[in-house]
Write a protein that binds this ligand. Structure first.
Ligand code: ADP
Length: 675
């Protein structure tokens, strides 16, 4: 086994790899950029080497610097994690040239999977099922169209050099074909400098099911079951689970064996993932092979009881695989939810800022948290804004899903917008519970996941009001207890009077709608209850609170909710999703602190895709201004208020550093503000 390894990565994956290395007695070396000088991965490592400025192309992506760091510290091997240099054949070669072991597959395997059509050719020869289609060298439009006509529409055109969902286009009929092909070629040429296309049958309701494989250099190969990663937003995975629901033992074995055939066809070694599309009739088709450890590997670890990073180190050190196929046992069910700093309601725009509060669920045999940040850390513009991976395990899917939703309600994060509400709504939605899932899940269930205001008035609004009243009361009681005369009525600081009916008016906002709520406290014998009036409708309510659980009885219906409250923002976690309210305080209007002038900055490193406004243009609040692309996704930057675009600093096609000012914008002052 190695004595010392360098981890050419950052964040949660660097920390994850170090945990295993430490347990195995292997020393670790971290590398870091300016933005990461105090990062968790740097503190966890035995040694750390500075490799350059914050943008990854000036630090983490520079293979030479990483190799120099390994030589300097005497690291015998480099673990690339995922992303960055993990699938870079040149880096892999450079490691070999410097006598450093690359903890990953051979160069040839990385290269073989680099082109979609070359990969399909290899898999076809190895008898791995492919989506019906054409991936030949003859690129004449007549040949490609004939292939499409023969298999029938819809079809999917894909750039062979493509990745990240780019250069892909669905064609629904023969009439649309020519135009679709021309558009896909244009996009492929501008994105990859290569417009070679392949055409496939477009499956309308597939699932994304991938198989974890492992091979050593003693001719052993196993599969560690499958993961279902169908829940995606624009081809980015959101929640993953293992095993895939509804899999028969027979199908699992067929897919597993196909995955092993795929790996063996390219002389694979180490950890790899073979991605398949699984159709509703049980047919499955090879999509691609990822020649590295995947973000979602923990779900496989929890159902197999194996440590995949340990396996990687052992295989790279020349050992045999720790288990045979027969010794591997699938146990229970696991989910992983990716907790991101992002605004799900604004096209998943990445968010940045300081994590002023980061309180996590407690880790146990059921709950695992892989993270690279601590409270007080900054989610910067430079890297993937993932805060953590929350992974849960239990005996069955149903039980594991309950663990997931409960753990999501236990997160408390301040300082940055997160996707926790979105994940909670998704995980509690009926189709997700009922396994009605394919790759179009989020689009199909948009209304359920981003639920609207319909039910709020009758169900959650009285709970929010009751919560405010009860917590005010509790505060007042605590204040009274701390005073010299705990029974003094003057210490009743919440404006409720003893033994007397009294009405209190609250204003609560939900999705920008303000509701005036009148709460009247009543007593009946020794019982306290509240009459809550919203828009003339009356609710007879009682409630008790223990920690963050509120038990309510509203018009004779008893139920409970988990509540998290952050300053004036209240989140109510219910069986059917999370509901957010703001308590609007009478003398605490939303004052703008700046003078209305300023810029709009890039949320992260990326490329400007298009500029939708021109200099001097008057724009209204939420009007799209520019589109940026980062992390494989397009992000629309919208006007924060009505105003004027004074200057535009980037043009379409230009690279933009995270934090760079995109436009100069002045807010339009309304009459009240101006006076
Ligand atoms: P990329 O390399 O650009 O990510 P992939 O070939 O891996 O492209 O496909 C990405 C996603 O596109 C898949 O997870 C699946 O959701 C969808 N997809 C790919 N091929 C097909 C197909 N033939 N039919 C339907 N959906 C497909």
């Amino acid at each position: 086994m190695f004595n010392k390894i360098l981890i050419a990565n950052r964040g949660e994956i660097a920390c994850r790899i170090m945990k295993t290395a430490k347990r195995m007695g292997v020393l670790t070396v971290a590398v870091y950029s300016d933005a990461d000088k105090d990062a968790l991965h740097v503190h966890m490592a035995d040694e750390a080497i500075y490799i350059g400025p914050s943008p990854s192309r000036e630090s983490y992506l520079l293979g030479d610097k990483v190799i120099a760091a390994a030589i300097k510290t005497g690291a015998q091997a480099i673990h690339p994690g995922y992303g960055f240099l993990s699938e870079n054949a040149d880096f892999c070669r450079a490691c070999a040239a410097n006598n450093i072991t690359f903890i990953g597959p051979p160069v040839a395997a990385i290269e073989a999977m680099g082109s979609k059509s070359a990969a399909k050719n290899i898999m076809e020869k190895a008898n791995v099922p492919l989506v019906p289609g054409y991936h030949g060298d003859d690129q004449s439009s007549t040949i490609i169209k004939k292939a499409a006509d023969d298999m029938g529409y819809p079809v999917l055109l894909k750039a062979t050099a493509g990745g990240g969902g780019k250069g892909m286009r669905q064609v629904w009929s023969e009439q649309e074909f020519e135009e679709g092909l021309a558009a896909a070629k244009r996009e492929a040429m501008s994105s990859f400098g290569d417009d070679t296309m392949l055409v496939e049958k477009y499956l309308t309701q597939p699932r994304h099911v991938e198989i974890q494989v492992f091979c050593d250099n003693h001719d052993n190969a196993v599969y560690l079951f499958e993961r279902d990663c169908s829940v995606q937003r624009r081809h980015q995975k959101v929640i993953e689970e293992a095993p895939a629901f509804g899999m028969s033992e027979e199908l699992r074995a067929q897919m597993g064996e196909s995955a092993i055939k795929s790996a063996q066809a390219i002389g694979y070694q180490g950890a790899g993932t073979v991605e398949f599309l699984l159709d509703f009739d049980g047919s499955f088709y090879f999509m691609e092979m990822n020649t590295r450890l995947q973000v979602e590997h923990p779900v496989t670890e929890l159902i197999s009881g194996q440590d995949l990073v340990e396996w990687q180190l052992r295989v790279a050190a020349g050992e045999k695989l720790p288990k045979t196929q027969q010794q591997l046992v699938l146990n229970g069910h696991a989910f992983e939810a990716r907790i991101y700093a992002e605004d799900a309601n604004n096209d998943f725009l990445p968010a940045t800022g300081k994590l002023t509060l980061l309180q996590t669920p407690i880790e146990s045999e059921h709950v695992r948290i892989d993270t690279g940040v601590r409270q007080g850390d900054e989610v910067s513009v430079y890297y993937d804004p993932m805060i953590a991976k929350l992974i849960v395990w239990d005996e069955s899917r149903e039980k594991a899903l309950k663990r997931l939703t409960k753990a999501l309600t236990e997160y408390r994060i301040n300082g940055v917008t997160t996707n926790i509400d979105f994940l909670y709504n998704l995980a509690t939605s009926k189709p997700f519970i009922e396994e009605d899932i394919d790759t179009g899940f989020i689009e199909k269930n948009h209304e359920v996941i981003f639920h609207d205001t319909q039910q709020v008035l009758k169900n959650e609004l009285p709970i929010a009001a009751l919560f405010l009243v009860l917590s005010n009361k509790k505060k007042a009681q605590q204040n009274a207890l701390q005073s010299t005369d705990p029974y003094s009525p003057w210490h009743n600081a919440d404006a409720w009077r003893l033994n007397e009916a009294h009405t209190h008016t609250l204003v609560l906002a939900h999705n920008e709608t303000h509701y005036t709520v009148e709460v009247e406290q009543k007593r009946h014998a020794s019982d306290t209850y509240y009459l809550i009036n919203i828009n003339g409708e009356q609710f007879d309510c009682q409630g008790t609170m223990t920690n963050d659980i509120i038990v309510v009885n509203i018009n004779g219906h008893r139920s409970q909710a988990t509540i998290s409250c952050n300053e004036n923002h209240i989140s109510i976690y219910r069986e059917n999703g999370v509901f957010n309210f703001s308590h609007i305080l009478p003398d605490c209007g939303q004052h703008e602190s700046d003078d209305g002038h300023g810029g709009l900055t890039a949320p992260m490193n990326g490329t400007m895709v298009s500029v939708l406004v021109s200099r001097g243009e008057n724009v209204s609040k939420d009007q799209p201004l520019v589109i940026m692309e980062a992390m494989k996704m397009e992000h629309t930057i919208k006007a924060p208020s009505d105003g004027i675009v004074n200057e535009i600093f980037f043009q379409a096609g230009e690279m933009v550093d995270g934090g760079a000012e995109l436009l100069a914008f002045s807010q339009q002052l309304n009459a009240d503000d101006a006076s």
